[in-house]
Design a protein around this ligand. Structure first.
Ligand code: PLP
Length: 441
């Protein structure tokens, strides 16, 4: 008989990540199953998913091709090492990714998560310069409010204070540009804000401070997600690109959220028409079904390592589960689903509806900003005096009671529904949200 774990009688042993554990365990939000745009909670209620899980289930939940591909692969090849061995699916997945990545991207190293993709990309950047005889380029530049996962490299270049401040000295040789949030000029912008391209000049200033020849790479989310959705000002990413070009600095786009259709294009690099040297991705790579991430780079970066005797390992880096067969099968099926079911096309079609719906909340109590691009948006609430984050977290809890899963960060509600959303789903989402915001304390 199958073990019934639908209602655990003790929640203490599991220490939940990024969660207010004590509050959660007094009144848990437990999910039992999922289908399409909805979860079902353990008490049998339908919960509309407004965050694609955690920005990852772009094709919705339990997408049939992906479920079948995973089942089939578990039966055929449960695990295969990817150090000095391989299996067909990991190579096929890399090739199929190339079909939708920007043309100048050429090679993929697989990881198990976005955090690992970021640390992989940062390591490749430093090692690449060294392989070309520029070993003095070791500095990494991130940005305030950036989120690049939770490993030491990603936290070091990241700029979310609570994610950094209790973890000691972090990586040496890291500096940060300013974030791009200018609410006094850009509040309630639809799409890319007008003001702030000049903030990219921080990179020039930092380069002049440390010496541009010491900088290996700059990493940014082309659209910052986890900090509460910051859309790049018009011209900002282009300016970063040209400063990087001027100084031989690699530009890494962290597309863990924006990859695989969130903005309506396969990747934000294409959406904003700016070419990074590396892209990190995860989440939508497998539709969130099996953990997997990837660091993607140009041929020039990859080829710099392909020197010396052929029997030697070129890059001393990788994870036991890099390119895991079951994850690769999930990735292949996710890409097929995105293509065959027109998932990115639907995102493009629904983006204007989504934009109008979210901006219709502008006059609701406590709303101080709304911003959006593609199928991602943020509603920023004025914090309760002396109790930052309480207002948004109250909204999140009330929404769950009303059958809506919301993702909040600080006092910001971040919306990123599965890209299969229809008009009816958006009506339901914004109807519930509007009611709750009208009553928010
Ligand atoms: C831009 C970005 N980079 C990295 C990560 C980390 O990914 P993971 O949680 O899979 O390690 C995230 C996760 O939200 C992210 O949004």
């Amino acid at each position: 008989m199958a073990l019934d774990i639908s209602r655990p009688n003790d929640l203490r042993a599991c220490w939940m990540p990024f969660t207010a554990n004590r509050q959660f365990k007094k009144n848990p939000r437990l999910l039992q199953s999922a289908e399409g745009m909805y979860y079902t909670s353990v008490d049998g209620r339908r919960i509309l998913d407004s965050s694609a899980g955690l920005w990852c289930c772009n094709a919705g939940h339990r997408s049939p091709r992906i479920v079948k591909a995973v089942q089939d692969m578990v039966h055929e090849l449960d695990f295969a090492p990817s150090f000095q061995f391989g299996h067909p699916s990991m190579f096929e997945l890399a090739n199929r990714m190339m079909d939708i990545l920007p043309d100048h991207m050429a090679h993929v190293m697989f990881t198990n998560s976005g955090s690992e993709a970021v640390d992989t990309a940062l390591k490749i950047a430093i090692a690449y310069h060294r392989a070309r005889g520029e070993g003095q380029r070791f500095r990494l530049i991130g940005r305030e409010r950036g989120y690049h996962g939770v490993n030491f490299g990603g936290v070091s270049v990241g700029g979310i204070v609570n994610n950094r401040k209790v973890y000691g000295a972090l990586l040496a040789g890291v500096d940060h540009m300013r974030h791009t949030h200018l609410p006094e000029k850009n509040a309630f912008s639809r799409g890319q804000p007008e003001h702030g391209a000049e903030l990219a000049d921080d990179l020039e200033r930092i380069a002049m401070l440390h010496g541009p020849e010491t900088i290996a790479a700059v990493i940014v989310e082309p659209l910052a997600g986890s900090t509460g959705v910051l859309i790049p000002p018009k011209g900002y990413l282009e300016r970063l690109r040209s400063i990087c070009d001027r100084h031989g600095i690699l530009l890494i786009f962290d597309e863990v959220i924006t990859g695989f259709g969130r903005l309506g294009s396969p990747f934000a690099a294409a959406h904003f028409d700016v070419k990074p040297d590396m892209i990190t991705c995860a989440k939508g790579l497998t539709n969130g079904v099996i953990p997997m991430g990837a660091a993607v780079c140009t041929a020039a970066i990859h080829d710099a390592f392909m020197q010396g005797p052929e029997y030697l390992i070129e890059l001393f880096h990788g994870y036991t589960y890099s390119g895991n067969p079951v994850a690769s099968a999930a990735g292949l099926a996710a890409l097929e689903t995105y293509r065959e079911d027109g998932i990115f096309e639907n995102a493009r079609k629904m983006a204007p509806v989504f934009e109008d719906s979210v901006h219709a909340l502008a006059d609701h109590p406590h709303v101080i900003d709304i911003r959006n691009e593609g199928m991602v948006a943020a509603i920023e609430l004025e914090p309760c005096p002396g109790e930052p984050t309480r207002r948004a977290s109250d909204v999140m809890r009330k929404a769950f009671e009303r059958g809506l899963m919301l993702r909040t960060t600080g006092d910001i509600i971040a919306l990123s529904p599965p890209l299969i959303a229809t008009q009816a789903h958006l009506d339901e989402l914004f109807g519930i949200l509007s009611d709750i915001l009208k009553d928010a304390d």
